[in-house]
Design a protein around this ligand. Sequence first.
Ligand SMILES: [Zn+2]
Length: 441
Amino acid sequence: MSQEATWDMLVLGGTVLTMEPGSEPIANGAVAVADGHVAAVGPAEELLELAPTGEVLNAGNCLVLPGLVNTHAHLAMTLLRGLADDLPLMEWLENHIWPAEREHMTRETVRLGTELAVAEQLLAGVTTTADMYFFGDEVSAVLAEAGMRGVVAESLIDFPTPRCATPEEMLEKQRELLEAYRDHPLITPSVAAHAPYSVCAANLVKEAELAEDFEVPMQIHLSETSWEVENLLQEKGLSPVAYLADLGVLSERTVAAHCVHVSTEDIGLLADFEAGVSHNPVSNLKLASGVSPVPQMVARGVKLGLGTDGAASNNTLDLLRDMQLSALLHKVINQDATTLPARTMLEMVTVSGARVLGLEKKIGTLAEGREADLICISVNEPHSVPMYDPSSHLVFAARSADVRHVMVRGRVLVRDRELLTLDQERIEAQAREFSETIRSD
Ligand SMILES: [Zn+2]
């Protein structure tokens, strides 16, 4: 801490949860931000003594913590929110979602759907989002313009997408994205293969090689349904996780969404290969896929983050709500109220989620030198008074509508619940217009 503190901003007041290992909440704390990074964290009175320069962001009566990390999403699917509900996964995909995407998803609608997703997530305290969809360059541009952090991929699948006719073309678009966004401050370009049942072995291997060459994450849906597991066991004699390991595709770069139907051996492989897992409880419940054995994965040391999945299978991108649901779900499934305590759940949406996306050196905690991605959640509401334990409060009492300020890389994107970098009204109006075009089909 320098005595001539030149800070761009001081986030002042409130209770600070740094999420550093073993850290205690700092009552009446402060976070100093300079050059997009955390310059100092501590009690407000100590930081104020350094006579700082710069603007003050009032976080009185708030919990101040690292921004939430959504480890699995398909952003533009916000436009398909509620289009087809109460259906099983394959029928939902093959008869509703994929046809709607072929018909309606263009560069322009992907931009609009992504804008809507960014607006929804920022207002819900999510500062980093994964995305696997189409027109990854457009998605990256929207995120960068809005100031949100993203791990973005152009998806690879063995049949035509709204953008590309062949897997070769998709691989080409992936490479272009990886080159265009190399070393971008907010966007981590990534690769994504849809799933082991929709991408052939040769393409899965190509995908992993591309991830390795560019040192980026590889996103994939894995072991989502019992159908997927039984099918692969029949065809290859291997579980989906073992199949990826056998192909040499499973690695510390893997971001495996779902992992609902995983055996003890699968969990061992995920841990040993240091693969990241994105737990998507609401999507898995809604599509009746099952409940992922998250406590068993935590016990075995698997890297775990939380994901919303797309808004067509959730139907919101409210990560705080999904964290609350997940915490409750695993208690009842395991018939043990001590399962996944509040602090573990909170780690899953911050520090551990950052690890899953390979961003742990940049974000996930509020330590000096980390990039300044933080949120202030009001605890000045009837449902959040009094407060004995901030972690329990966030997991069991807070609502995403309590998110007051949001900062990414030192830039305030939401102030007093007002979105500063996107035109919320225009986006909502255009999304309503879009729904009329689908309705009239
Ligand atoms: Zn998904």
